[in-house]
Design a protein around this ligand. Structure first.
Ligand SMILES: [Zn+2]
Length: 329
């Protein structure tokens, strides 16, 4: 048990353990990173560490009453907001609730799992609580990027930025902890780009590989065909709302590969090494500037995934905005 269930993030884990043991915890943290790095999971283990009743051995111990309650989402002093949108009313409720003293623990923790889903009014309401929190109150805000929150919120939280994990560590985890066979674990760790949840998606979702190939094929076609044909090709790729993040992530890793290949001509470093042919053909038709534009556009679209924009519209915007960039040479 302990923080070891969280892959990588050694510096953060060390710092937080120090704060838990020394009782020097802050009142607010902003935990941010790509969803594939599982920042929500990180927040939960952190909360478990704070609430754990056995501070002698590994923290969290995983076996005391408090740890078990956190695992089963039943701890009286831990409130997790799963809503993708939080309005002023929700935050006002949080504010009322945080002033009720903890039941069993010395701390009372709130996790906001979609920080970027808080309306600006909601964030302003939260500001009041962040300025004068009760001594026992701790708020963990999870977000894709820290810029997703107002600067005033950012400055009142300790920022905890999650970093991609090494390929080797993901491989070991898949093979030794999760019991995947060696070859599968290697393949998944390679494609994951440092993100454990991406590796698991690859291993557990049968359609993932299919979507991945269709997507990269779409980009190949975009390098050769007109805008109307490219939009038609997009029809063949059906993407549900909960898959759009993954598709944008895949797109990002594809164009990152394309850029790398253009610069180094070295297939060894490609994440999507199995797609070398497509990468090679596109590399001839577009410029470095075009690829950088594509990467920027993908990041922009990632900002839309939490807004009420459909997966289809996001992909259409992306195709329209990067089409030219893929054939500018
Ligand atoms: Zn415990």
């Amino acid at each position: 048990m302990g923080f070891s269930t969280v892959l990588g993030q050694e510096l953060l884990k060390k710092e937080l353990l120090r704060q838990i043991k020394g009782n020097t915890l802050n009142h607010a943290y902003l935990i941010y990173g790509n969803p594939g790095l599982d920042p929500q999971g990180f927040a939960k283990v952190f909360a478990q560490g704070i609430l754990c009743m056995d501070k002698q051995g590994q923290i969290p111990c995983g076996s005391c009453t408090a740890c078990k309650k956190v695992l089963s989402n039943n701890h009286e002093d831990l409130v997790i907001y799963q809503e993708e949108t939080l309005k002023v009313e929700n935050i006002r409720n949080l504010e009322k609730d945080i002033h009720i003293k903890p039941y069993s623990a010395g701390k009372k923790i709130y996790i906001i799992n979609y920080g970027e889903g808080m309306t600006p009014q909601g964030q302003n309401a939260l500001l009041k609580t962040l300025e004068e929190p009760p001594s026992y109150g701790i708020i963990l805000i999870v977000a894709r990027a820290k810029e997703a929150l107002l600067p005033t919120i950012q400055s009142r939280c300790q920022g905890l930025g999650l970093k991609p994990v090494s390929r080797e560590e993901i491989y070991e985890d898949l093979k030794n902890t999760r019991g995947y066979e060696e070859a599968k674990a290697r393949e998944a760790a390679k494609i994951a780009g440092g993100k454990i949840k991406t590796a698991l998606r690859f291993l557990e979702d049968e359609d993932y590989e299919n979507r991945r190939k269709l997507l990269f094929n779409l980009y190949r076609q975009m390098g050769e065909k007109g805008i109307t044909e490219s939009l038609e090709a997009l029809e063949g790729l059906s993407v549900e709302k909960d898959q759009i993040e993954e598709v944008l992530d895949l797109s990002f890793s594809f164009f990152r590969d394309l850029l790398l290949y253009k610069e180094l001509q070295e297939p060894r470093w490609l994440i999507n090494g199995d797609q070398e042919k497509i990468i090679q053909s596109l590399e001839n038709s577009c410029s470095k500037e075009g690829i950088l534009i594509a990467l920027e556009e993908i990041e922009k679209m990632q900002g839309y995934t939490r807004a009420n924009v459909s997966a289809k519209s996001i992909l259409e915007m992306l195709v329209l905005n990067i089409h030219q960039a893929l054939r500018d040479k």
